[in-house]
Design a protein around this ligand. Sequence first.
Ligand code: FES
Length: 98
Amino acid sequence: MVAASASEAGVVAGGDATAVTFEVNGKPQSVALDPRTTLLDALREHLRLTGTKKGCDHGQCGACTVLVNGRRMLSCLSLAAMHEGDTITTIEGLGTPE
Ligand code: FES
């Protein structure tokens, strides 16, 4: 498996970053990212929440499912910039092994 490059992961080196603030698993988070970054890549590459998986990256497998404002959503099909102020829950926020 080849690691994603910085541009594939939505990491912005120049001045094209968009600031997005949302609540993830109960914590306020603010990230600066390329406006084309998917919610999935924002969670995995910017916030290091790798419990949300990238399977097909085309909306077919459901591996990237998260809760946005309590509603199920495929994070690979949604841009992170569309979620300003939203409440997002990933698998890491659902509980503990106990
Ligand atoms: S990665 Fe398969 S539906 Fe999102």
